[in-house]
Design a protein around this ligand. Structure first.
Ligand code: NIG
Length: 382
């Protein structure tokens, strides 16, 4: 079944060979892939024709950082934060207790509900992490449930040390039996390298164990203050270091000189009353930047990639084009995928239509739901 999407006023493909000049443009999807892009007047016939009436079309969002296998609610913690309390990693343990107590069905239902919520806002490729189980059995369960729903799954046993557990023996578990238990379900390993979570030596051990087990590497770093996260991620060749809120000039230079993507989480910075991550400095230095939602019940309870794009422009100083690229191609690079985040011919047919003539409206009209239609792998989402 092929689909011709036509009447496109502004087409973002990220394809150097894609159509330039003035529209209207068109895209053909066939067998789950992008089959053709070009001027509408030159478009080939297809089984089905959708005229978007002068609107903007772009790749679906690639959300490369979420924590969606969880139960419970931390609205009271959020309200206390807005009344002046600081965000602390220890809040994670509240969600760990609720998640361990939840049934498989309840966790799967919550994950699906949040994944559907993201899809309705244009997210077509989704990563999620374990990290609210923190026992071999609970982490393996989270990884298995996640693998049934999302595109990419990351093991985050090294999120915090659980209450009443000896840190040294917990690290042995994360790098040994827990890693073995989750490995069949995950492609990535991550570590929260921060005061109150894991220090540089412990984080390096987690990354080394994951690499030896054949997993790709990701790091949570420099979220709540300056620290070794970026340096560690770059030294280990991690695909991405996420948060990057507090960066030194050396951190920025190291990222710019590396293949490690700086994944910024602007909704998290906002919800934890941190300063906006230095998006402009990173982009000017030549670092590859991604944007992700960090959807989780503690520090960033939103699945909205349009919000992240708007914040990266309005607070982070990116241009609209840079922010859109970071939320699509940047996320794909952070996940080391070349089949998503682009509308180059042959890419997965992940497409979104905005109810607007240009992507500029994502920041020009912040908070307004602009997602009009979404296709994932060529199938239109309800
Ligand atoms: O990415 N930083 C660590 N993990 C999450 C927070 C999770 C939570 O507070 O529950 C994050 O912000």
């Amino acid at each position: 079944m092929s689909t011709l999407i036509t009447g496109i006023a502004e087409l973002t493909t990220h394809d150097p060979d894609g159509p330039g000049g003035d529209g209207p443009f068109a895209v053909v999807l066939d067998d789950g892939r992008v089959a053709w892009t070009g001027r509408a007047a030159d478009a080939p016939a297809a089984d089905e024709r959708v005229d978007v009436g002068g609107r903007a079309v772009l790749p679906g969002w690639v959300d490369s950082h979420t924590h969606l296998v969880f139960a419970g609610d931390r609205g009271a913690e959020f309200a206390a934060r807005m009344a002046g309390q600081a965000y602390a990693a220890s809040g994670i343990r509240t969600t760990v207790a609720a998640t361990r107590a939840a049934t498989d069905d309840a966790l799967a239902e919550g994950l699906r509900r949040h994944a559907d919520e993201a899809a309705r806002q244009g997210t077509t490729c989704l990563e999620t992490k374990t990290g609210y189980g923190l026992t071999d059995v609970d982490e393996a369960r989270a990884a298995r449930l996640a693998a049934a729903v999302v595109d990419e799954v990351t093991f985050l046993g090294a999120h915090v040390v659980p209450a009443d557990v000896d840190p040294a023996s917990y690290l042995d578990d994360v790098c040994g039996p827990m890693l073995e238990a989750v490995a069949p379900h995950v492609g990535w390993i991550d570590v929260f390298c921060e005061d109150g979570a894991f220090d540089e030596i412990a984080s390096a051990r987690v990354l080394t164990a994951g690499a030896e087990r054949g997993l790709g590497l990701r790091v949570h770093g420099n979220q709540l203050g300056p620290g070794p996260g970026v340096r560690l991620a770059v030294a280990h060749g991690a695909a991405a270091v996420d948060h990057c809120t507090h960066l030194t000039d050396d951190d920025v230079e190291a990222l710019a000189a590396s293949d490690t993507v700086a994944t910024l989480l602007p909704a998290c910075d906002l919800s934890t009353r941190q300063p906006p991550a230095p998006a402009r400095r990173l982009a000017d230095a030549g670092a590859t930047v991604a944007l992700a939602s960090n959807a989780n019940p503690g520090s960033s309870y939103t699945t909205s990639m349009p919000l992240c794009v708007a914040l990266a422009v309005l607070q982070g100083g990116l241009t609209v084009e840079e922010a859109v690229r970071a939320a699509t191609l940047g996320g794909a690079t952070a996940l080391r995928r070349n089949d998503v985040g682009t509308l180059a011919v042959g890419a997965r047919a992940d497409v979104q239509v905005l109810d607007a003539p240009s992507v500029a409206h994502l920041a020009y009209r912040p908070g307004v739901p602009l997602t009009l239609a979404v296709w994932k792998a060529g199938r239109r989402l309800p």
